[in-house]
Design a protein around this ligand. Structure first.
Ligand SMILES: NC(=O)c1ccc[n+]([C@@H]2O[C@H](COP(=O)([O-])OP(=O)(O)OC[C@H]3O[C@@H](n4cnc5c(N)ncnc54)[C@H](O)[C@@H]3O)[C@@H](O)[C@H]2O)c1
Length: 387
């Protein structure tokens, strides 16, 4: 089997999810290349060595610039905090590397455009990891929409709710600083929802939004702070410079109307990535916390039998499921990443594109930035105003 050499930059939450995906893709699916886990790059040497030993990365590096310049690396996997995406992606493209990058794409639409242009100019394959498209129930929702089962779509109702920073003593990690994250849940969570809405409904034309910060100051992080992990904390305080919640309404180009709620202050909601789609022939409901199910209302059912039915999306005929287990033997969050790697390797082999890619990422950033302008100005903003 042909091989491709992968280097990963970032070794914590996404580093782990991606390492699992590069490892498992060829074990469960028929793929044209076997990924070789060549180099892992993180900030601290010891932590990166432990990570590499656990996942089977052959070598360790702490300087990402050396990694992107290596002749023996084909794919750069960008799993670092958002502020590093632009420099790493552009350097990777200039060195002719194919790129598998985490979301949100960048700190701004302008940065995203630069990244897209660099990747296109270099002619490399680029993928932006909005993993939820590759949850089988979501892929199947798209299939049902394409088959016309939902008819004309009137409404998108989306919410992405979490509660991991409601404790005022949760420290000021990179996620809470504008220079590192660009924005709060508006970028982190709404980027996923906008990707899903574009995937399932269509392009967004205009938005109105309100963004809100609830806690202004937090303790500076101690050692070991990371996603969902407070670190030791207890030090001096610093200013939170991103939103804690972001609500947005949107008009789609096809006439549909949408609402988006993103919050890290929704107590009791852990990773509540939820949407409802209402159309002329039926409706769909998805909740990531019940990710193997898709609710479907079919208006062609007899009126006295109508109601939402739960489709258990675990048949071999459902997208991606055939690679895993028999019907009813459910799958989880990490499988979406494996599906992305499978499609990435297939696209690499065919010389075709994969979606979502940096063009999608650019469009998403444009919508998100239009919402920030709306929140600041108090008016509805056309997405095309952001250039
Ligand atoms: N697809 C998803 O659902 C999803 C979920 C969580 C995070 N993310 C995104 O993934 C990215 C990473 O988030 P995370 O939660 O894994 O962050 P994290 O804080 O858990 O890990 C960040 C990693 O980057 C490394 N790093 C930081 N600066 C570096 C540098 N200069 N050189 C080399 N390595 C460096 C750190 O050592 C660490 O290993 C972010 O863009 C985030 O928005 C996506």
């Amino acid at each position: 089997m042909k091989t491709v050499n992968v280097a990963i930059i970032g070794t914590k939450f996404m580093g782990k999810a991606h390492s699992n995906a590069w490892t498992n893709a060829p074990k469960f699916f028929s793929v044209p290349f076997k990924p070789v886990l060549k180099v892992a790059c993180g900030q601290d040497k010891k932590g990166t060595e432990d990570f590499a030993a656990n996942w089977g990365w052959q070598e360790v590096e702490t300087d990402w610039r050396k990694v992107v310049e290596r002749k023996d690396v084909d794919i750069i996997d960008v799993s670092t905090p958002t502020y590093l995406h632009k420099d790493i992606v552009i350097a990777a493209a200039q060195n002719g590397k194919h790129i598998f990058c985490e979301k949100p794409m960048a700190l701004s639409y302008a940065q995203a455009k630069e990244m897209y242009n660099a990747a296109e100019k270099a002619g490399v394959l680029h993928y932006l990891n909005h993993n939820y498209r590759r949850c089988p129930a979501v892929s199947y929702a798209r299939q049902m929409i394409e088959e016309g089962k939902i008819g004309t779509i009137y409404h998108w109702r989306g919410a992405y709710l979490q509660d991991w920073i409601t404790d005022p003593n949760f420290p000021l990690t990179w996620h809470l600083r504008k220079e590192n994250a660009g924005a709060g849940p508006h970028y982190d969570l709404n980027s996923h929802s906008v990707d899903l809405a574009r995937f399932l409904v269509g392009e967004i034309k205009a938005v109105s939004a309100m963004l809100k910060r609830f806690i202004a100051k937090r303790p500076l992080p101690g050692a070991g702070a990371g996603t969902f992990k407070a670190g030791e904390g207890g030090g001096p305080m610093g200013e939170v410079t991103v939103d804690d919640a972001a609500f947005m309404v949107a008009e789609f180009e096809n006439g549909a109307l949408g609402s988006f709620e993103a919050s890290r202050f929704a107590n009791g909601r852990k990773n509540y990535n939820y949407f409802e789609i209402y159309g002329s022939k039926g409706s769909l409901v998805f909740n990531l916390e019940r990710m193997n199910e898709l609710q479907y209302l079919n208006l062609e059912d007899p009126a006295d039998q109508q109601g939402f039915r739960d489709i258990l999306v675990t048949n071999a005929t459902h997208p991606y499921v055939g690679g895993w287990w028999p019907p009813g033997h459910i799958i989880g969050y990490e499988h979406e990443f494996t599906h992305a790697v499978v499609d990435f390797l297939k696209a690499l082999d065919k010389g075709s594109k994969i979606k979502p890619n940096f063009e999608d990422g650019m469009r998403i950033m444009q919508v998100l930035e239009a919402a920030i302008l709306s929140s600041e100005s108090g008016r509805k903003v056309a997405v095309s105003e952001i250039q």
